[in-house]
Design a protein around this ligand. Structure first.
Ligand code: CTP
Length: 412
């Protein structure tokens, strides 16, 4: 692979397939060029029915060709793919996904996809029925298994009166996914072909239809872990409990409310996964009863309600206990404060032993550290006795440090 020299503008190939959402690719192109990327647009022939070559040439400042017979002495079908730092196809139609999955090479874009050694991002857009069709879903699964990042389409209004999953995600979201992949490229795609599950956020345990017992987790660290894993090539399922930050475009999200819902979602996603990271703050207790109607104050303070709590299952401990042959690697989190029984590290070591997971990400909570902060400082405790300190850094940097520790622990 020949990538951009240090300091040069990252080279992005923007493939555009023949769907109505091709017009949104013009906005993506604009965003990428304005943020310092050198973009070469490779449309398919049918996409030119939606947006013409002149638009791409004017916006990118680069020549545009669609088939391998243009400009033959330059051997563009090999050169363009080889020299790219990232190939993004938006929109990717059902036809383009099928051709990419099966290695066809009948136009310039599919040739570029076969010669590219850099990260590849496909952004599907199509009608809901087409997206949900088993053939399309199988092609997407096959591409993801090979390490291609395929975004899930957004839900909403489609071309006609219909609405549902199938919309092209917003150009700003696609550009963010591009930046993440380009950043991850520096580290390599060392999680390509891996399936990763990350739980993030905090569960809420309802008392009545309007009240709940919750916690202060924002989900930032879990979301950073999910985004970093996707940038490093993993297929990521994010089990999301009340996040304060958006779900990154490159991951599949399953939204949950309570600890019991989170447990069911994590257990389902963990089937066949390589790693499960339990970054979520899971409530240890839930109200023993949940009132169907809003609890009223009443006139007599002596009859004020008393909340009885019931223990929730420990999701991480259950995963450890259920471990069989090809079980996923298990990563736990522990937010601790020191007390008279021991300091943060002592509590962390004890929790690692108690939980039995493979790696524990220990962080001290308090002051400017921990919940809702953009920065974090952690110690990574391995089941093999290794201890690695990650000094205060952004949650994105901490996320990469966690994956740096996980990758060598994975079975080849
Ligand atoms: N966890 C879990 N299920 C629970 C509680 C916690 O899977 N019901 C997971 C968390 O996601 C985290 C790890 O266990 O990865 C440690 O969570 P923590 O709340 O620190 O552990 P507890 O065992 O509840 O210990 P403590 O008594 O300190 O709260």
């Amino acid at each position: 692979m020949s990538t951009s020299p240090q300091g040069a503008r990252p080279r992005v190939v923007l493939g555009v397939a023949g769907g109505i959402a091709a017009y949104k690719a013009a906005l993506l192109l604009r965003e990428l060029t304005e943020t310092g990327h050198d973009v070469r647009v490779v449309p398919t022939a049918s996409s030119e029915r939606f947006v013409g070559r002149a638009t791409w040439e004017a916006l990118s400042g680069n020549p545009v060709t669609t088939d391998v017979w243009d400009d033959v002495p330059e051997v563009p079908h090999v050169r363009i793919g080889r020299h790219a730092d990232l190939v993004v196809v938006a929109p990717a139609t059902a036809d383009l996904l099928a051709r990419a999955a099966h290695g066809l090479a009948d136009d310039l874009l599919t040739n570029v996809l076969l010669t590219a050694t850099c990260p590849v991002l496909l952004v599907p857009a199509m009608h809901t029925e087409m997206w949900l069709n088993a053939a399309v879903q199988d092609n997407v699964a096959l591409l993801r298994r090979r390490g291609v990042t395929v975004l899930d389409p957004a839900s909403g209004r489609l071309t006609g009166a219909d609405s549902g999953p199938g919309r092209l995600p917003e150009p700003a979201d696609i550009a963010a996914a591009c930046r993440r992949l380009l950043a991850g490229g520096a580290r390599g795609r060392d999680l390509a072909g891996r399936r990763v599950v990350v739980s993030a956020g905090g569960t809420r345990e309802p008392l009545d239809p309007v009240r709940f017992l919750g916690n202060r987790s924002s989900g930032r660290q879990g979301v950073a872990l999910a985004a970093a894993a996707a940038a490093r090539g993993a297929a990521v399922t994010l089990v999301a409990a009340h996040l304060e930050v958006p779900v990154p475009a490159a991951v599949e999200a399953v939204h949950v409310g309570t600890a019991l819902e989170l447990r069911a979602a994590v257990r389902a996603a963990a089937e066949g996964a390589d790693v499960v990271v339990m970054a979520a703050a899971v409530a240890d207790f839930r109200p023993a009863t949940r009132s169907d109607a809003k609890i009223k104050k009443g006139d007599d303070p002596a009859r004020d309600p008393v909340v009885l709590l019931e223990r929730n299952p420990d999701v991480l401990a259950e995963l450890v206990a259920d471990r069989t042959g090809r079980a996923p690697l298990l990563v736990g989190f522990a937010a601790e404060t020191g007390d008279e029984d021991g300091d943060v590290l002592e509590h962390g070591r004890a929790k690692l032993a108690r939980k039995g997971c493979d790696l524990l990400v220990l962080n001290e909570v308090g002051e400017r550290r921990g919940f809702a902060e953009p920065v974090n400082a952690v110690t990574l405790l391995g089941a093999d006795g290794t201890e690695r300190e990650v000094p205060e850094a952004s949650k994105d940097v901490v996320a990469d440090a966690v994956w740096d520790a996980v990758v060598p622990m994975l079975t080849p």
